[in-house]
Design a protein around this ligand. Structure first.
Ligand code: ATP
Ligand code: SKM
Ligand code: MG
Length: 196
């Protein structure tokens, strides 16, 4: 009996899963890039666990990110984030969506670089602004001109995000399309490393 035909979606998923192996897939990028929502879909496609570092931080501290910033300040938050990230990346494979500033912190960046394959979801200012201005859960944007603050963060952070292993452009397309693009980038990276 002949095998049933493999759909394009199945084969992309299977190839990405094989390319990832036992490594973690870690999504980095600015607030609103889609790390949490796209990461969840990618994990579902790959059939591996999904963890969002912001949610994990809130779970272990039993405080919201906003409360943590207010009570302890950004520096303490970064120290906690680094500890949580180190622990999350010990096991694998998982899809780990990080908080927007995680990869910017040198200690956390080291854990991420050691802990798996990193993907920068890169978006332009208008896409990000459109997404983040709908909610006020991001303490760093509680400024007089949050759009300008977001632009300043882009200018300061984009050279650092560029150190991620892979870059995927986060555009105004459905999250499912973005998830497929992440899977495709993982497959392509594997092909390139096999050639070189
Ligand atoms: N491709 C997309 N198309 C439409 N909306 C999207 C897309 N990606 C994300 N969004 C929406 O944008 C908002 C921000 O996305 P998300 O929370 O995934 O970003 P994030 O990168 O995790 O941000 P943060 O660093 O603040 O956690 C959400 O409301 C989400 O539903
Ligand atoms: O960009 C940042 O520095 C942050 C992004 C969010 O995901 C949270 O981790 C927190 O609001 C800080
Ligand atoms: Mg998120």
């Amino acid at each position: 009996m002949s095998e049933p035909p493999v759909s394009v979606a199945d084969s992309l998923r299977d190839r990405a899963r094989a390319a990832l192996g036992s490594r973690n897939l870690i999504l980095v990028g600015l607030m609103g890039a889609g790390k949490s929502s796209v990461g969840r879909l990618v994990a579902h496609q790959l059939g591996i666990p999904f963890i969002d570092s912001d949610i994990e931080i809130e779970r272990v501290s039993r405080m919201t990110i906003t409360e943590l910033f207010a009570a302890y300040g950004e520096e303490e938050f970064r120290a906690l984030e680094a500890r949580v990230m180190k622990r999350l990346l010990k096991g694998g494979p998982r899809v780990v969506s990080t908080g927007g500033g995680a990869f910017i912190n040198a200690r956390t960046r080291r854990h991420i670089k050691k802990g798996g394959l990193s993907v920068w979801l890169k978006a332009d200012l208008d896409v990000l602004w459109d997404r983040v201005n709908k909610r006020d859960t991001r303490p760093l944007l509680k400024t007089e001109n949050p759009k300008q603050t977001l632009e300043n963060l882009m200018n300061a952070r984009y050279p650092v995000y560029a150190e991620a292993d892979l870059t995927v452009l986060s555009r105004d397309v459905r999250k499912e399309v973005m998830a497929d693009e992440v899977l495709r980038a993982v497959v392509e990276a594997q092909k390139e490393s096999a050639v070189s």
